[in-house]
Each structure stands twice: as structure tokens, then as C-alpha cells.
Design a protein around this ligand. Structure first.
Ligand code: FAD
Length: 528
């Protein structure tokens, strides 16, 4: 019989045999009763109770049936997590369904639809991965921007150049398993199936995305690059067609997964009377400190142990009477800070790391929540987009107008002092000293000044004098929601399924991918 055992604490240098012995001891059975033992989840326990880092494992143990009566712990496995249903099977549709956007949400929606036999057409305004990598390199090295193919647009979506963190708060366990299994089948590391904080790295994401595209095509889907959705055709509140690169494409089912950087899409939807609503979001800065200091803070004398890799952190500070809350987001251990934009004259920061996470710096966004009423969102659903755009334009100007990032020394930023120069050792060399407080709204800048030192003080080995702050981090989540019903369809446009981060119901690679799967499932259900 199979038993699930959770919270098994083992030493950093555990071996297969020590895990079996620990599991047998917890179960109260002899070593010989254990036939097999596999780790299904692994979490680093950095509390260092006796000065050492440990691992907390969840394991599945197969034991002799004869030993079942002796068990004093563990939970028999009766029903494992299964793949979620793939839909009703091949269906003859008058028009092929269309998926717009080849980010995580669109790719997974297209894969699900293709798997169900309905031959979707996936359209993407940007380029395939290989061309996109060239565009991104040009942008980072020389500040040359292609507005249709860049760090935010193109195959793989916003997260192609990212840490490839696959953490999610989604409770959709079946869908989560589907996404992770698919990533592994497309070349992702098997460790993502068990790590509590799985990640892939930007160097591996591209190959995974291309493999996923090939699978969609092999299943009867079609992928069109440099194909931009410009408009919707609605008839009596139902979708009847799309305008793509100025031409009509007949369809009555469309998964709209265009992310939250495509401002033109929100304006087009607003003009087509598709209901939109302002939502809360967050903005701030990206901070960078030496990774060795993070490792020492988190792992003490175990820092540098090959099993641990680069350490992460997650810090929060509650709202006080007159100062907003603050939290770290999207930490990239051993990574680089990157400049991003899809629009000329605007600039935002983000973080990226490779699979080895071996770079000398760690970075994270430090964000302050923004409410719709802070930026006029209570009166106009698109106000948050314009507000964010104004900050990005200021960041562009402060960086010197050539897509260099405006930056400051962390200690100077907290003291509201101008930085005359930046540390020579930093990940983003295309950055210049600037007054970051002039870029950010006062309530954001005040909260960051109040919280940054106090929060980073929790990481004992981190020295503020060695840190760099880059501005502005504006794209952590969407300021707009495309209002949809329980059937996943837009409440004002039947047949339109807004999905992913741009729809305002998801954020992050995996949560957006799960949302894309669910939107595709809802579309397939509607065909019944
Ligand atoms: C630099 C960076 C690092 C990140 N790191 C992480 C991370 O480590 N982990 C994590 O979970 N999340 C990360 N994120 C966030 C994550 O990438 C997003 O949450 C996720 O990509 C959202 O997926 P999506 O499919 O909804 O939208 P997107 O990924 O934004 O994809 C939307 C796609 O639609 C296309 N599109 C837009 N308009 C049109 C149009 N009119 N016609 C046709 N196509 C269109 C775009 O070109 C794009 O490819 C990061 C984001 C960035 C920018």
C-alpha cells in the first residue's frame, strides 16, 4: 500500500537511505517493510534550529500490506491528483476558435483546444523565440526598440526573459499538475514537480516554449506570428469576427490572452463597449544586493552548499497609520535587473535569472499597493493605465532617454540623497544615477523610504551601502479587469474569453497558464 507522509525533516546532506529510515521511523514500521520511497515535495527549512539548514520533505512510501496494521502516522493514498478533463473531444465548428497572445495563458489555452481537436488559430503580434531574443539583445545593448517584438511582446509572453519562477497560490491542483507535467514533457527540469519553489530560468524557457508551440501545431493548431489583433466584430453582444492586421478573421470563439502591457487592446475593448473595471495593483522599485550577503543571511554557515543554491527572500511590512504597506515580489536569486518596455519613450524594470542562478547579485521588486482611487480608477477604468504610463515616461526621461535605467545607491535612496555615482559592480550596467523620488508618486516613495531599511534589516548580512535601486517597477499586475462571468466569457461580448494576467484574474507564469487552461475548458464546455 502507498502512504503519504508530510513534514519529514531531514538533514541537508540526506541520502535516499536516510530518507527511507526517517520515513520508516515516523510510520512506526521496520526498514524492511518499506518497498519504495519517493520525494514529492521538497522545501528548504532555513530556520536553522541548531544552526543548520534542513529540508522538509513530503514523501510517498510504499510499504508491505502486512505492515499496515502497525502504522502510527501517514495518510493512505486513495485518489492521486489526476489530469484535468481535456474537454468533450473532436467537435465540428463552423469557424476555428482563435487564441490571441502566445504568453503562458494563450499557449496553454491553445494547447488545450488543440488537444480537444478543435484546431485553434493562435495569433501573436511579436516574433518567435529566436528572433525575439535578438530584439531583446539589441534593446539591452543599444536601446533599439521594436514596438511589436521586445521584452514584453512575442512568443513566450512577458515572462520569456524572467527568472521562470513557477510558484503559484492557485488552488487548482489538477490544472497545476497539468501545467508542470507539460513543462517537463517540453524539456523543463523534473525538479519543478517536487520543489516548493520551482523555477526554470530564462535560458531554458525559450526551448520549452518552442516545444509547446510544436505540440500545438502537431495537434492541428496553427500559430501565426506578427499577427496583431486590432479590433472585434460584435453582433448583438456576441463575437462574430476579429480584425487581425487590418483583415477580418471570422470566429465566434476567442480566448483573449494579451497580457497587461497591451494598452491598445484595453482601449480597443473600451471603444467596443466590452465592460472593463479598474482594480488594485502595485508599483515601486527593484532593489539589488550581493547574492553572497543574501545567502549568508538565510543559510548562515551552510551558505554556498550545492544543494541549497542561491537563497531567496520574501519580506513584507504592514500598513501603518499614514504609510502604505510594502512587500517584496518576484525575487530573482543570482539574477540581473533588466529594462523592459513595449512603447517608445517609456521604461520599466524587472528581474531575470538563468537556470543556474549563479550570478553575483540577487534582486527583487519592492512594491507599494495602489488603489483605484489613487489614480482616478474609480471614475475611469483606464485611468490606472494612463497613470502608470506617466511614471514610465518619467523613468525613461530620468534614465537619459536612451532606455538606460535610472538608478541610485540603496543607502542614498533611503536617505533621499542624490547618488553621484553607482557601484561599479551591478547587474545592469546600462543604468545611470538619478533622482528616483522624482519619478515615483509621493505616497509610494514615502512608503519605500520608510520600509526598505527596516525590511532588509531582517537579512542580517545585507549591507545597504552595497545595494542598488532601479526605477520604476510598474508591471507587476494589471490595473484593469476585463469583466467576465462564471462561464469565463466577457459579460458584454459572448464568445470572448478574457484570460491570464491581462484579464485581471491571474498574475505570474503558472497562474496565468492555469487561467488559460480554464478559459479553454469553459470554451469547450460551451460547445456542448
Ligand atoms: C521580466 C519579467 C520577469 C517575470 N518573471 C516572472 C517569474 O519569474 N515568475 C512568474 O510567475 N512571473 C513572472 N513575470 C510575470 C509573468 O511573466 C506574467 O504574469 C505572465 O507572462 C502573464 O501571462 P499572460 O499569458 O497572461 O500574458 P503575457 O505573458 O503578457 O502574454 C501576452 C502575449 O500577448 C501578445 N499580444 C498582446 N497584444 C496582442 C495583440 N493585440 N495581438 C496579438 N498578440 C498580442 C503579447 O505579445 C504577449 O506575447 C515576469 C514578467 C516580466 C516582464
Amino acid at each position: 500500500m502507498k502512504i503519504r507522509l508530510t513534514q519529514l525533516s531531514v538533514a541537508l546532506d540526506y541520502t535516499d537511505e536516510t530518507v527511507v529510515l526517517a520515513a520508516a521511523s515516523r510510520l512506526g514500521v521496520g526498514r524492511q517493510a518499506v518497498r519504495a520511497c519517493s520525494i514529492v515535495r521538497s522545501t528548504i527549512d532555513a530556520r536553522r534550529l541548531r544552526g543548520r539548514v534542513r529540508f522538509i520533505l513530503n514523501v510517498v512510501v510504499e510499504i508491505d500490506d502486512a505492515a499496515a496494521g502497525e502504522l502510527r502516522d501517514g495518510e493512505p493514498i486513495v485518489d492521486d491528483v489526476h489530469e484535468t478533463p481535456a474537454g468533450p473531444g473532436p467537435i465540428d465548428m463552423p469557424h476555428r476558435p482563435v487564441v490571441v497572445g502566445a504568453g503562458p495563458a494563450g499557449l496553454l489555452a491553445a494547447w488545450r483546444l488543440a488537444n480537444a481537436g478543435v484546431r485553434p488559430i493562435l495569433i501573436e503580434r511579436g516574433a518567435p523565440v529566436a528572433d525575439r531574443r535578438r530584439s531583446a539583445r539589441q534593446f539591452w545593448a543599444h536601446g533599439t526598440l521594436d514596438p511589436e517584438d521586445n521584452t514584453l511582446y512575442g512568443e513566450g509572453g512577458a515572462g520569456l526573459f524572467s527568472d521562470g519562477k513557477l510558484t503559484t497560490r492557485s488552488k487548482q491542483r489538477g490544472h497545476l499538475r497539468t501545467v508542470l507535467d507539460l513543462l517537463v514533457a517540453c524539456g523543463g527540469p523534473e525538479s519543478i514537480l517536487i520543489d516548493a519553489e520551482p523555477h526554470v530560468g530564462s535560458d531554458r524557457l525559450g526551448e520549452i516554449v518552442q516545444c509547446l508551440r510544436e505540440r500545438i501545431v502537431a495537434l492541428g493548431g496553427e500559430v501565426r506570428f506578427h499577427a496583431r489583433l486590432d479590433g472585434l466584430e460584435l453582433d448583438a453582444g456576441r463575437l462574430v469576427g476579429l480584425i487581425v492586421n487590418g483583415e477580418r478573421l471570422a470566429t465566434d470563439h476567442c480566448v483573449l490572452a494579451t497580457g497587461h502591457s497591451a494598452r491598445d487592446v484595453y482601449h480597443m475593448l473600451h471603444d467596443s463597449h466590452v465592460p472593463l473595471a479598474a482594480k488594485a495593483f502595485a508599483i515601486g522599485v527593484r532593489i539589488e544586493v550581493p547574492q553572497s550577503q543574501i545567502d549568508r543571511s538565510q543559510f548562515g554557515r551552510d551558505a554556498g552548499h550545492p544543494r541549497l543554491g542561491a537563497a531567496t527572500f520574501r519580506l513584507t511590512r504592514r500598513e501603518e497609520s499614514d504609510v502604505r504597506a510594502c512587500y517584496t515580489f518576484c525575487m530573482c536569486p543570482g539574477g540581473s535587473v533588466i529594462a523592459c518596455t513595449a512603447s517608445a519613450g517609456e521604461l520599466t524594470t524587472n528581474g531575470m535569472s538563468l537556470s543556474g542562478r549563479a550570478g553575483p547579485f540577487g534582486n527583487a521588486a519592492l512594491l507599494v499597493p495602489v488603489r483605484p482611487e489613487d489614480c482616478g480608477g474609480d471614475a475611469d477604468p483606464l485611468a490606472g493605465i494612463a497613470w502608470r504610463q506617466a511614471i514610465e515616461a518619467k523613468a525613461f526621461a530620468a534614465g537619459g532617454g536612451d532606455y538606460s535605467l535610472p538608478a541610485a545607491n540603496l543607502e542614498d535612496f533611503i536617505a533621499r540623497r542624490a547618488s553621484l555615482d553607482l557601484p561599479a559592480e551591478r547587474s545592469c550596467l546600462r543604468s545611470v544615477p538619478a533622482d528616483l523620488h522624482g519619478i515615483l508618486p509621493a505616497f509610494v516613495s514615502d512608503a519605500l523610504v520608510h520600509a526598505a531599511g527596516r525590511m532588509l534589516g531582517k537579512l542580517a548580512a545585507v549591507r545597504l551601502a552595497d545595494g542598488v535601486v532601479y526605477a520604476a517597477e510598474t508591471r507587476s499586475s494589471s490595473p484593469v479587469r476585463i469583466v467576465r462571468g462564471d462561464d469565463f466569457q466577457s459579460v458584454g461580448a459572448g464568445g470572448l474569453y478574457p484570460a491570464g494576467e491581462g484579464a485581471g484574474y491571474a498574475g505570474g507564469i503558472v497562474t496565468s497558464a492555469i487561467d488559460g487552461l480554464r478559459a479553454a475548458d469553459a470554451l469547450l464546455m460551451s460547445l456542448n
